[in-house]
Design a protein around this ligand. Structure first.
Ligand code: 5RP
Length: 274
């Protein structure tokens, strides 16, 4: 049955985040300093943004980065997915102790396309982080603002299908309009467990270009709408090559070998970010 009711505000923002022509997205995640402080590749965040922003579809970042690191002439050029949960740092072993840190009004005022909240399923703060998500969804829906649920994985949690599909499905049922999770074997089963909610793959720690490209390729082939990737792009020695290669996989359906050619073709411009 065709759903004739469309929530115009939500849909219009979703269309900014996920390109309607191919239902895919390359989101650049540069929110890491919210709990890591100075982060390799983001120490001069303005430079990182100027280099990579033109090649992403959406920038996932923080209030501070939007205010201080996006050059004025770039503002409004790409949709912003604003991180609105936090309250902890890597100085504490237990990272799950988060609350909502940015109001929905601030996100609207900043002309954001969506807001992102982390949930830590299975952690000692599971309930609080799920309620962070549902409270934000309750408010954000009133403003036509989609909420992205980020399935954060505690050190003790296995990044396997059983856990990630479980966490992702809980986020979908909470009402998240998008889910971000890590790649795992049989990723297609996770996508099915969340369908029709769009899923983007987080990159995880910096590995190597062939590994990261292969992982993005497999995620998209399994049904992910794209990636929300950070360290494997901005910590690479050839960040421009990486983001262009990831775009080739996500938007041009290139295979990993073809994407590596894209990566290598940018080697001349390679410039490691501080
Ligand atoms: C942290 C996040 C990060 O944005 C996420 O980890 C994506 O970045 P990376 O590809 O570096 O893992 O949401 O909770």
């Amino acid at each position: 049955m065709v759903n004739t009711y469309v929530d115009v505000g939500i849909q219009s923002r979703m269309n900014k985040i996920i390109c309607p022509k191919d239902n895919r997205t390359v989101m650049l995640a540069i929110d890491h300093p919210y709990f890591q402080g100075p982060t390799s590749g983001l120490r001069d965040m303005s430079k990182t943004i100027q280099m990579l922003m033109p090649y992403c579809d959406c920038l996932m970042t923080t209030r501070g980065a939007v205010r201080h690191n996006i050059p004025v002439e770039y503002m409004g050029s790409k949709p912003i997915m604003l991180r609105v949960s936090g309250g902890n740092s890597v100085l504490f072993e237990e990272l799950s102790d988060e609350q909502i840190t940015v109001s929905i009004k601030e996100a609207v005022r900043m002309d954001c396309a969506g807001v992102a909240v982390s949930v830590f399923i299975g952690s000692s703060n599971q309930q609080r982080t799920i309620l962070n998500l549902t409270d934000m969804i309750n408010e954000a829906e009133d403003y036509g603002m989609p909420v992205l649920a980020v399935t954060a994985v505690g050190k003790a949690m296995a990044r396997d299908l059983r856990y990630l599909a479980f966490a992702s499905r809980i986020c979908q049922d909470a009402g998240a309009r998008m889910v971000k999770t890590y790649y795992c074997e049989e990723f297609d089963k996770l996508i099915k467990a969340c369908a029709p909610t769009p899923v983007v793959m987080a990159g995880g720690k910096h590995t190597s270009p062939p590994e990261a490209i292969e992982m993005a390729f497999k995620a998209v082939q399994a049904g992910a709408v794209g990636v929300d990737m950070g360290r494997n792009i901005f910590q690479d020695e050839n960040p421009l090559g990486m983001i262009k290669a990831i775009r080739a996989v996500v938007h041009d359906n290139k295979n990993p070998q073809e994407a590596m050619e894209v990566y290598k073709s940018c080697a001349g411009e390679a410039c490691k970010l501080e």
